[in-house]
Design a binder for this molecule. Structure first.
Ligand code: NAD
Ligand code: MG
Length: 390
């Protein structure tokens, strides 16, 4: 029986994790759930899974939860309690399904406590990759990716040795605007951007997929997860999202992982690793599929992928800056304050301004993350906003 701490349980990934757990009560037990604002759903989940603890972002929510749950349920509140929560609630696996750099502290404290980390929260690796890798080396803790591309790579890597890896090939669906003319990007509505052709996900990652900044974050994520150089990571457009990613070995063999797009598969793999969990998830039907398609990335229309290589070359806090600026820009787009292509301009401008701190601590990363957010807000609110449009 694996005991699980599930951070971000009310989100798209969190709910899929609970679906796998519910179907395998003999294999998994959830000890902790967490949410930011959807307290009603959290209470419902806590009752269903009879968890021993919950983590909440603020005290007002804690009061509501206290009244609704048995008195024996432990309640932790605020980011300052992440470390304590992970230390005090005994578990075999920490699942990080929080969205955004808000998940960095959970990743850090889980790895520092030597726990296996099943990671959906790619932003924590983008913002704090160097630090998280250093903590893994110190404690021997392992990260198992939940992101579908990285789960695919992780699975493909089982087919050879690390020193035999030539290249990692990440697939990208291309999102809803793969074929849309660049000149019309400025008129993309929020509703259009929130409709992903293959995946149903939280709002932030859905916008990241529309701008392809999601793939930019994933190149950076792959760099840190698999210890490969940026030159060893390729991205190819594959509109069907059936091949989730590939690994090319030194003999020229390419190993791919395929399945119909459903996040419950990479989640099940991460939960049950190193074994495979039997599931009744949809199977690939090749007779029906008939063909799979591939295209190169159009860097002119989607400048986000090139940005990944740029920030990895820059080092320092460039990736953290990219991530924080993007989070603010996505929120501004969803609030109707900026246009979709403005997201690139904002992120690009902030990355140019990024600073370097040698071997930053968690506190320094959080501080820098806060600074970038503040500065990005100022940029978007400034009178000169839109300067790049001439
Ligand atoms: P979501 O918006 O549906 O859920 C986010 C969860 O994080 C919620 O439970 C919310 O309460 C919690 N949360 C939000 N802000 C928080 C904060 N400040 N502090 C603590 N908790 C907070 O997001 P999602 O689509 O489930 O994505 C979660 C993560 O998984 C993201 O990093 C995303 O990039 C990654 N991911 C998601 C998918 C997918 O299919 N949804 C696929 C691959 C990777
Ligand atoms: Mg992905």
């Amino acid at each position: 029986m694996k005991r699980i701490l599930l951070f971000g349980s009310t989100g798209s990934i969190g709910r899929n994790v609970l679906d796998i757990v519910a179907k395998n009560p003999d294999k998994f037990r959830v000890e902790l759930l967490s949410c930011h604002s959807n307290v009603r759903l959290l209470i419902e989940q806590a009752k269903t899974f009879k968890v021993s603890a919950v983590h909440l972002s603020d005290h007002a929510a804690a009061e509501t939860v206290r009244q609704a749950l048995p008195a024996s349920t432990r309640i932790f509140v605020g980011n300052a309690a992440f470390a304590e929560t992970i230390r005090e609630i005994d578990a075999d696996l920490v699942v990080n399904a929080i969205v955004g750099a808000a998940g960095l502290e959970v990743s850090y404290h889980a790895l520092a406590a030597g726990k296996t980390l099943a990671l959906a929260n790619k932003e924590s690796l983008v913002a704090g990759g160097e630090l998280l890798k250093q903590v893994c080396r110190q404690t021997g803790a392992q990260i198992i990716p939940i992101d579908s591309e990285h789960s695919a790579v992780f699975q493909c890597l089982q087919a050879g040795r690390r020193n035999e890896v030539e290249k990692i090939i990440l697939t990208a669906s291309g999102g809803p605007f793969r074929n849309r003319p660049k000149e019309t990007f400025g008129s993309i509505t929020i509703e259009e951007a929130l409709k992903h052709p293959n995946w149903s996900m939280g709002a932030k990652i859905t916008i990241d997929s529309a701008t392809m900044i999601n793939k930019c974050l994933e190149v950076i994520e792959a760099h840190f997860l698999f210890d490969v150089t940026p030159e060893q990571i390729d991205v190819v457009i594959h509109p069907e999202s059936v091949i989730h990613s590939m690994v090319q070995f030194c003999d020229g063999s390419v190993i791919a992982q395929l399945s119909p797009p459903d996040m419950r598969l990479p989640i099940a793999y991460a939960l049950q690793f190193p074994e495979r969990l039997a599931t009744n998830l949809p199977r690939a039907d090749f007779g029906q599929l008939r063909s799979l398609h591939f295209e190169p990335v159009d860097n002119e229309r989607f400048p986000a992928i090139a940005l990944a290589y740029k920030v990895l070359r820059m080092g320092g806090l460039a990736a953290l800056t990219l991530n924080a600026a993007n989070e603010i820009a996505v929120a501004a787009f969803l609030a109707g304050r900026i246009k979709l292509p403005d997201i690139y301009a904002v992120v690009d401008k902030m990355v140019i301004e990024s600073i370097t701190i040698s071997k930053p601590s968690l506190t320094e990363l959080l501080e820098a993350d806060g600074q970038v957010r503040k500065r990005t807000e100022e940029l978007i609110a400034s009178e000169t906003f839109g300067w790049w449009k001439g």
